[in-house]
Design a binder for this molecule. Structure first.
Ligand SMILES: Cc1cc2nc3c(=O)[nH]c(=O)nc-3n(C[C@H](O)[C@H](O)[C@H](O)COP(=O)(O)OP(=O)(O)OC[C@H]3O[C@@H](n4cnc5c(N)ncnc54)[C@H](O)[C@@H]3O)c2cc1C
Length: 292
């Protein structure tokens, strides 16, 4: 069993200092630690040398910047769930952050850690796919911005070099003609990872129940979060009626490749992905009709 004496932690006070340390030493980054500590305890993570970045307050912010919303990597899931800006300009992300674990986990866990853990069931990730967000990463030599879709390369594989830190997540704010939501299915309420999650973003047209653009992202049903391209095509132009909702919901199965594990079989996940999409589209349709 590991004890605290086995762990060597460095805690830089500034981003600059953290980037220097990560450039010089091979240390596992730890932010809130809600994933890292569990993985160490369970023996999944062998590293005993940690770079604790939790004190870098400069990475803790939610800022409007013209058409964009920028969120620092160390912003807690609670701050995201409760933020007026996130609730107004990216409601699916606020919803997702609010479903993660218990209050202790949401208070301590960060959005950067949710991405850094690279799990296909990370709940902040589908909203960022649906909002076509970007991840900012920094190293001593500069910073680069990567579209979220290119940031996740495969199961637990990130487009992140050993000497880089995630510093920010940003995306275009949702406007009045856009609607979206996040739904997840878990085996119990609270403290449970998604068996399947879905996030949708749709842009309304001028007519009643008309939508002109759509993005659907699904979590926990493939090695990375995926966009349901075929469903999006079906939803893009036209009136959202029962037929279109059914077709788009069934079409998600063409984009996913679920596995069977302790939380459910591949077949169960396929069915749940269809059901959640169906339910979400009906909810958005109902809201659009109420507005007119
Ligand atoms: C009881 C419990 C329930 C949970 N339920 C959910 C759930 O419902 N949904 C869900 O999505 N997650 C859940 N989680 C997982 C976890 O809480 C979240 O993924 C959280 O967002 C992780 O953030 P953190 O800051 O604690 O990450 P950490 O544990 O500190 O780090 C996670 C990973 O990201 C890397 N990392 C962290 N920050 C950075 C950075 N800035 N740059 C580069 N790499 C970085 C670390 O090296 C590590 O590999 C749960 C965890 C627990 C313990």
């Amino acid at each position: 069993m590991i004890t605290l004496y086995d762990i060597d932690v460095e805690s830089p006070r500034t981003l600059e200092e953290a980037l220097q340390r990560i450039n010089q030493t091979r240390r596992r980054v730890i932010a809130g630690g809600t994933d890292v500590v569990i993985q160490m305890k369970e023996g999944v993570l062998a590293e005993r040398k940690l770079l604790n970045i939790y004190q870098l307050d400069e990475l803790r912010y939610i800022r409007q910047d013209g058409e964009s919303l920028r969120i620092g990597a160390l912003t807690s899931l609670t701050d995201i769930a409760e933020s007026r800006e996130v609730r107004r300009f990216a409601p699916p992300l606020a919803q997702a952050a609010g479903t993660i674990g218990s209050i202790q986990v949401t208070n301590k866990g960060t959005i950067g850690g949710n991405l850094g853990n690279a799990s296909p069931s990370g709940d902040c990730i589908p909203p960022l796919y649906a909002l076509e967000g970007r991840v900012v990463v920094a190293s001593l030599t500069g910073r680069r911005e990567v579209p979220v879709r290119d940031f996740f390369r495969g199961y637990k594989q990130l487009n992140l070099r050993q000497n880089e830190l995630i510093t920010e997540i940003n995306f275009k704010k949702m406007g009045d003609e856009e609607d979206g939501l996040f739904l997840k299915h878990t085996l119990r309420l609270g403290e449970a990872c998604s068996v399947v999650s879905v996030c949708m973003w749709l842009r309304r047209g001028g007519r009643r129940a008309e939508f002109v653009d759509a993005r659907i992202a699904l979590g926990a049903v493939a090695p990375t979060v995926v966009r349901a391209d075929r469903s999006e095509e079906i939803l893009k132009h036209g009136i959202l009626d029962e037929r279109r909702i059914e077709d788009a919901s069934q079409a998600v199965t063409g984009s996913i490749s679920p596995i069977t594990d302790v939380r459910g079989s591949a077949e169960y996940r396929r069915e749940m992905a269809v059901n959640l999409t169906y339910r979400g589209l009906h909810e958005i349709l109902a809201r659009s009709i109420d507005r007119k």
